[in-house]
Design a protein around this ligand. Structure first.
Ligand code: ATP
Ligand code: MG
Length: 720
């Protein structure tokens, strides 16, 4: 057995070796929080704690898998596999399956992804005859989601005059009715959306004391990574489960809290000590990830936020190169710059593609970068776009499988009932929806019994409906004796889905078929994999659950030697030797939508802190003078965050021949050139800072922005 304890520094060792009681580790980026959590689990197991009694909650399922592998190296595979580890959603989906009947759900309930939820909301708005310009389905779905995450059920909503008034003021007086209908329809469809996975877990633990007691007993040790980004619903689950034994260990970094817009609540960190008795608080201060330049630059950024806990982050690593700031004319040029820079670094330092990452604020920025990478033949992988499982053809096939497992699943049924075309049109479906409402039944039950019900549908169409029901039932019979792979192969042939795809001879059609093949490959892997890991798992329902909860960070198959592209939000917890943060411009980063209040701006700044602290060796920051946004070329200004970084960590490398910059910005610059600061930035090409090469001080003047650091206002709630 390896001596993993010696791989920890003194400060890290303390929380690992404290076996019992509540503890919190608040520490800066790269200081080993995740490592502490991982090794703590290994240590607990070596102290005789049964793997079955440990629950670990992570930000992605990929992170959970990596932790498990590491733990397996120490304690052995056979023990490690019994750990309950994963995201809140995947862990509690699994728990809900075992207890679903108590809440009136089938154990094979469907999980609606956000696309399914949006489609349902959109259908309801239409059925209720509401104006879709006023009742925008995405906004409505967001509101439903945030109510659920605050545990405000339909009943609670209707008991709260303020909430209703807020919606009336927003010209959406019928919101409550939509919410009610949405919840009922999900229930009738035997479906839970993402938020339900947390909401229903809370309901289960609240309403059934014996169930709560059972899981308190089961999860004697609970660990949570990235605790700063838990929302209220998640907080309550953890609180309830850990209440009896109080063996709870949470790790996080208030400076990396970046999901407030999704309801994450920083108070969960701040109040931890109040919530449990005798909490031990640990701090880690040494960063192992990054060079001194990067660590100190990141410190100088977060220093500008007022709301934060006092923390020290230092590193014994070498200084490393300065952070390169590079200005470009346009987003296309930015893409080319990044691609060439990666190419050069690879050549010069003999690096692999996977040592590079490119981070951006919004998904739309990836296109220009992708174009440039392709031209240079640099393989890349985008995370967080449309995940594989959300592609239309893949979702269609999965919809067949969903209906087989749970025929009540309304969204899946609507997807496939007339695809491929079976002569069951929209009018027929409208009639079925109405009948389902009248009879209080699912769509499938109406279809099955269409002869008795009639529903104003003529005989020819009824036959088509019955044929459809018969086909689904034949698939259900097959499901009992075959695995996911065999079943799916059968389904796509028998349903004529494959034939339909093959009719389309275009390149796009061909790539659709390839995706279906890829799906089948994935299924074969799943079948093989499940046999090894866990005899009891491996059913179609479990496959669908994995798929519904897969983020595409999880889907790391195939050739992994690629440059990673992702939004900053997704990059949390990851690290890369070479890092490019692109689009460092006002209105983009910070985002135009997040500059109205200090709180919003500070969240954007934390986002920048997260981005910068992903870099191990070298970071690049790029900004452009113009960029295509919403199809229009707009002028761009350098981000205020560039001026947040202390000048001494930066190197400006922009070439000096930049006419646009002169014309658009020089007026201000020439107002009052600060000569004393001009020498501070040393461009590679030897040109002194000038209009073409502004020093941070100049940028600051340019936008008359004052840093907002204020030592007296720092929160010192925890680290006293
Ligand atoms: P983040 O806040 O970004 O999630 P973190 O605090 O979770 O960061 P880790 O990811 O656990 O930090 O650690 C950062 C890097 O430092 C990892 O590569 C880890 O292996 C390494 N590391 C952590 N502690 C040590 C140590 N004591 N000795 C050597 N390397 C370490
Ligand atoms: Mg971490």
């Amino acid at each position: 057995m390896e001596d993993y304890i010696s791989q920890l520094n003194d400060a890290q060792r303390l929380p690992v070796l404290q076996k019992d009681g509540p503890m919190i580790v608040i520490a800066g980026a790269g200081s080993g929080k995740t490592r502490v959590l991982t090794l703590r689990i290994a240590y607990l197991m070596q102290q005789g704690v049964d793997a079955f009694n440990i629950l670990a909650l992570t930000f992605t399922n990929k992170a959970a898998r990596e932790m498990k592998t590491r733990i397996a190296d120490i304690v052995g595979q056979s023990e490690a596999k019994n750990l309950w580890m994963g995201t809140f959603h995947s862990v509690f989906a699994r728990l809900l399956r075992m207890e679903a009947d108590k809440l009136g759900y089938p154990s094979n309930f469907t999980i609606y992804d956000s696309q399914d939820s949006q489609r349902l909301v959109s259908a309801i708005i239409k059925e209720m005859g509401l104006d879709k310009e006023v009742y925008k389905y995405k906004q409505i779905q967001n509101r439903i989601s945030s109510l659920k995450n605050s545990l405000i059920t339909v009943r609670a909503y209707f008991n709260d005059a303020d909430l209703q008034e807020a919606d009336a003021m927003a010209r959406r007086p019928r919101f409550g009715d939509i919410y009610k209908e949405y919840v009922e329809r999900c229930f009738k469809a035997g479906a839970m959306d993402f938020d339900d996975l947390l909401l229903k877990t809370n309901e289960l633990l609240n309403r059934f004391p014996q169930v709560l007691a059972k899981y308190q007993e089961r999860f004697k040790y609970i660990l949570v990574d990235e605790y700063q980004d838990t929302n209220h619903s998640q907080y309550l689950i953890v609180k309830a489960l850990s209440d009896k034994y109080q063996n709870i260990c949470v790790v996080g970094d208030d400076a990396q809290s970046i999901y407030a817009f999704r309801g994450a609540n920083i108070n969960n960190i701040l109040n931890f000590q109040r919530d449990y008795d005798d909490v031990k608080a640990y701090r880690l201060e040494q960063n192992y990830r990054s060079t001194k330049n990067i660590v100190e630059a990141a410190n100088s950024v977060i220093e500008h936020n007022k709301t934060k806990l006092d923390k020290v982050v230092w590193t014994a690593n070498s200084d490393g190169p300065k952070i390169i700031v590079h200005r470009l004319m346009s987003d296309a040029e930015e893409g080319r710059y990044v691609a060439s820079s990666i190419f050069e670094n690879k050549m010069q330092h003999q690096l692999d593609n996977d040592q590079f990452a490119i981070l951006y604020r919004t998904n739309a920025q990836s296109r220009a970068i992708e174009d440039a990478l392709r031209k240079k033949d640099i393989p890349y992988r985008i995370y967080g776009g449309l995940s594989f499982y959300q592609r239309k053809e893949v979702k269609d096939v999965l919809a067949y499988l969903r209906v087989i497992v749970n025929p009540k699943d309304e969204e899946a049924l609507k997807r496939i009932i007339n695809y491929p075309a079976r002569g069951i049109g929209a009018t027929t479906m409208d009639k079925i929806v109405v009948a389902a409402k009248n009879y209080g039944r699912s769509l499938f039950e109406i279809i099955e019994n269409i002869d008795q019900i009639g529903a104003g549908i003529h005989t020819g169409t009824r036959t088509k409906l019955k044929n459809f029901a018969t086909m689904i039932k034949s698939f259900q019979v097959m499901e009992e004796t075959s695995n996911v792979f065999e079943l799916t192969e059968h389904v796509i042939k028998k349903s004529a889905y494959l034939t339909e795809l093959k009719k389309d001879g275009t390149q796009e059609g061909i790539s659709r078929i390839e995706n279906i093949e890829e799906l089948l490959n994935g299924m074969r892997d799943f079948v093989e994999g499940q046999k090894e890991v866990d005899e009891a798992r491996g059913s179609l329902a479990e496959f669908l659950e994995d798929v519904a909860l897969a983020t595409d960070l999880d889907n790391d198959k195939g050739d992994t030697n690629r440059v990673s592209l992702m939004t900053i939000h997704l990059s949390k917890g990851l690290e890369f030797p070479y890092l490019y943060i692109v689009g460092m411009e006002e209105d983009l980063f910070p985002s135009a939508m997040s500059m109205n209040t200090r709180e919003e701006l500070e969240e954007e700044r934390r986002l920048f802190y997260v981005a910068l602290t992903r870099a191990e060796h070298q970071a690049y920051l790029t900004y452009t003078l113009s960029r295509y946004r919403w199809g229009k070329l707009v002028d761009a200004e350098p981000s205020r965050f560039l001026t947040d970084i202390d000048d001494k960590y930066l190197e400006y490398t922009t070439p000096p021949d930049d006419y646009r910059f002169k014309s658009s910005l020089s007026d201000h610059l020439w107002d009052e050139p600060d000569k004393s600061k001009l020498r501070q930035s040393k461009p590679k090409n030897g040109t002194p800072p000038s209009v073409n090469n502004p020093s941070p001080e100049q940028l600051r003047k340019l936008r008359k922005l004052r840093p907002v650091a204020s030592a007296s206002n720092k929160a010192t709630l925890l680290m006293t």
